[in-house]
Design a protein around this ligand. Structure first.
Ligand SMILES: [Zn+2]
Length: 211
């Protein structure tokens, strides 16, 4: 049995106390887009596919039906409840850039985490294969030092299982936003995440189970 933990980053409600927990971008036409909203949309799609696979238990690190951000420490506690050898953490995010001109899919892993790097490779291959027909960009050369202040790196640093942080496009870029609203694209993205993760599970986790 492998455990897949889906960690949708951030909430998407206006909270005057701490707006950092609900990152958003307002376009010139006054449309406000919340990162946490798309993180949850993708999380639900990924979860619904994993749910159908035998030998997989899929859990969320947050209450998926709440729009509020879940404190980082709580999410870390959820992850660390599970055996690191049979668990995989998928932390879902979407990015922004200062000039709103960056685009693409990113995968972030942590330096020196061999299993995370393997998981990242498995997922990136599926993404490039399955998403070819869409106007998407791939920026998979991101293997980063996890000692970054960003919470998405902190959750990777404080947990022991293989983990990936996804930058699922840039929601402040109009072309990427079109993809984030494209249900076909999101379905294929979710399939790619599941297929890549399952490749990792089948090659790296089942073997541990058998020992
Ligand atoms: Zn984020």
């Amino acid at each position: 049995m492998a455990i897949i933990i889906i960690d949708p980053g951030h909430g998407f409600v206006e909270t005057s106390e701490d707006e950092d927990n609900s990152p958003s971008y307002t376009y010139q036409n006054q449309e406000t887009v919340y990162e946490g909203n798309y993180n949850r949309v993708i999380a639900k799609k990924v979860q619904s596919i994993f749910k159908t696979i035998e030998g997989i238990k899929v859990v969320y690190s947050v209450d998926i039906n709440s729009n509020e951000d879940t404190p980082l420490d709580d999410r870390i506690k959820v992850v660390n409840r599970y055996n690191k050898k049979t668990t995989v953490l998928l932390s879902l995010h979407s990015g922004t850039s200062s000039l709103h001109d960056e685009r693409g899919l990113e995968l972030w892993t942590s330096i020196g985490r061999v299993r995370s790097e393997k998981l990242s490779r498995n997922i990136s291959i599926e993404m490039m294969d399955n998403l070819k027909r869409f106007d998407s960009t791939f920026r998979f050369d991101y293997i980063h030092n996890v000692y970054n202040r960003d919470s998405r790196f902190k959750i990777m640093r404080k947990t022991k299982c293989p983990s990936i942080s996804f930058g699922n496009l840039f929601y402040d870029n109009p072309k990427d936003l079109m993809l984030l609203k494209n249900n076909d694209f999101l379905d294929e993205l979710a399939i790619s995440i599941v297929e890549g993760t399952m490749e990792f599970v089948n090659s790296s986790i089942k073997k541990i189970d058998e020992v």
